[in-house]
Ligand binder design. Sequence first.
Ligand SMILES: [Zn+2]
Length: 271
Amino acid sequence: MTTLLALIFSAASTIVIAVLGHQFHLAHFHLVGGIPVGSMAIGGGAALGAALAIRLTNNYDTDDFRMLAYVAGFLAYSLVIVADYTALQFRVGDRVLPATEIMNVARYLMFLVEEGAKSTAAVLPKWVRIPPQIMFWLGMVRLSVEIVGTLVATGWALSLVIGVPFCWRNRRFYELKSLVESANTSAVREWELAVHQRRPIEARAILARVRAGKPQSQDRVWTRIVIHQCPGCLAGRVRIEKCKRGPGFIRAESQDEFLLDQARGSAILAT
Ligand SMILES: [Zn+2]
């Protein structure tokens, strides 16, 4: 259900952002202080579809959804490039090119790379002279900065919208460490108790039992443990939710949520 919604929403946000990106010339030539602001706006915007679908269906940022968001971000960026290319007349820097001149994809791509190199060279101090042989590579580096920026912004937007905690010390979002669904409610309760009573070794042993109790198709109610962890300092956030199967959808309601500091996070969430 979430997957379908995420696909539809992602397609919508990708197209909307591609149109806006083309309108406002967001691809390339918006490098402010080394940060590709334009392409990051494209990536962040394209991720909103998947993020919204995840939020609406009480789901989480699993690898599949993250991959979907990245694909949306990259696709949106590429679409803006293609839209710029197919527009009858377009502007790069201060040059306006007629359609006849840009009906050559290879030339257009070279042109993007060259213009990127030129605008990068323009912000360097005057005494820095860049040999013409290196200009091409400078342009390529810039293009990769744009694409990496698009993907980074995609990940950030997704994490931000669905409320993944942010670690200020390591300046990065927590990652989804595990998402366990279990029909073994008593084991989940035992696990929670062990965590609260600071018995990490037992908690880890109980978690294996929790994992073993996978909900079957006839189960109407089960429990979900969602653990996000900072890959740097290993602090974590744990959410425990009660899931109920409705007609055609799954409803999740929050039962408990708690934070684990660095020491407890590394002890309890180690694998
Ligand atoms: Zn951290």
